[in-house]
Design a protein. Structure first.
Length: 92
């Protein structure tokens, strides 16, 4: 494992961010952990406007000071929301 990025979660987040990809698939849950699956289920029940509002809120959090674990979770949620809101996908 890469020493600079620490554990595998940071490594995956780095690859997803700079590769502009996500290992978690909203359509079938492949590559998603339990936390991501819970978030997907929660957001699938929301309207497209609510999903877009949540995505906007998470984008506004970029660059803010936060713990590395929280930054990873914010990025994962953004990728999930981008898959749920087709119109928002173009913004990423």
């Amino acid at each position: 494992m890469c020493v600079e990025l620490g554990n595998s979660e940071y490594m995956e987040a780095y690859i997803e961010e700079y590769g502009n990809t996500s290992l978690c698939s909203v359509s079938d849950g492949a590559g998603c952990d339990d936390r991501e699956k819970g978030f997907i289920d929660k957001m699938k029940a929301k309207s497209e406007e609510e999903v877009t509002a949540q995505l906007t809120r998470l984008k506004a959090m970029e660059g803010e000071s936060m713990k590395p674990e929280l930054a990873v979770w914010v990025k994962k949620r953004r990728k999930i929301l981008a898959q749920l809101a087709p119109a928002a996908r173009d913004e990423l």
